[in-house]
Design a protein around this ligand. Structure first.
Ligand code: DX5
Ligand code: ZN
Length: 214
């Protein structure tokens, strides 16, 4: 089953609660929350107090994507604020296995993200412990960038590794997802699709969400 996760990075932050309800009513499966620290990526976005404030806007799961250095110092705050899954980047984690256990200790799902320039070899040892791998299909930091086609092969390889080994691990893709690229990533093996500008920029969020399911 394909799940659609609108990224609130492209929402109108002056009425964030309404913007979350709008995509929930449009058929979203998860709410994707992009946390940026101004160091790992240039922008600063959403902190755990904001997540706590928006937690009661919807019953949908909160999928928190940490684009931050030292993710271990932020995991507990986001879990306590209401995250249902937390994903951190392979590129910043010195003790990634330990961070996965830290996330899971909160009874929530744990994921790891890989940038377009990062090899799957960085995370292969972690696959038995992962609930999700997030394959970035743009370089992290901004909404509205172009999909990087070379990542399709990575998604495909990851899909086959997970299948062959019998792991229970979702493949999420993030960046440049629209009506056309969604078909490519689903064919390659992704099952959770993040989309920001495509859904929030659409005239009908409902049609946009439906069009991504393939
Ligand atoms: C990029 C973020 C994405 C972003 C995707 O760094 O992780 O979640 O919101 O935006 P679109 O779908 O517009 O590429
Ligand atoms: Zn994201």
């Amino acid at each position: 089953m394909i799940k659609i996760a609108p990224s609130i990075l492209s929402a109108n932050f002056s009425c964030l609660g309404e913007e979350i309800k709008r995509v929930a009513e449009a058929g979203a499966d998860l709410i994707h929350i992009d946390v940026m620290d101004g160091t790992f990526v240039p922008n600063i976005t959403i902190g755990s107090p904001v997540v706590k404030c928006i937690r009661n806007c919807t019953n949908l799961d909160f999928d928190v994507h940490l684009m931050v250095e030292h993710p271990e110092t932020h995991v507990d705050a986001f879990a306590e604020a209401g995250a249902d899954s937390i994903t951190f980047h392979a590129e910043v984690a010195r003790h990634s296995h330990r961070i996965l256990q830290q996330i899971k200790a909160h009874g929530i799902k744990a994921g790891i993200a890989v940038n377009p320039g990062t090899s799957l070899a960085m995370i292969e040892e972690l696959l038995p412990d992962l609930d999700m791998v997030l394959v970035m299909t743009v370089n992290p930091g901004y909404g509205g960038q172009h999909f990087i086609e070379s990542q399709l092969e990575k998604i495909h390889m990851l899909y086959h590794t997970i299948e062959d080994m019998g792991f229970d691990c979702d493949i999420e893709v993030d960046g440049g997802i629209n009506e056309e690229t969604s078909k490519l990533v689903i064919e390659a093996g992704a099952n959770i699709l993040v989309a920001g500008s495509y859904i929030y920029g659409a005239e009908s969020a409902e049609q946009a969400v439906a069009s991504l399911r393939g």
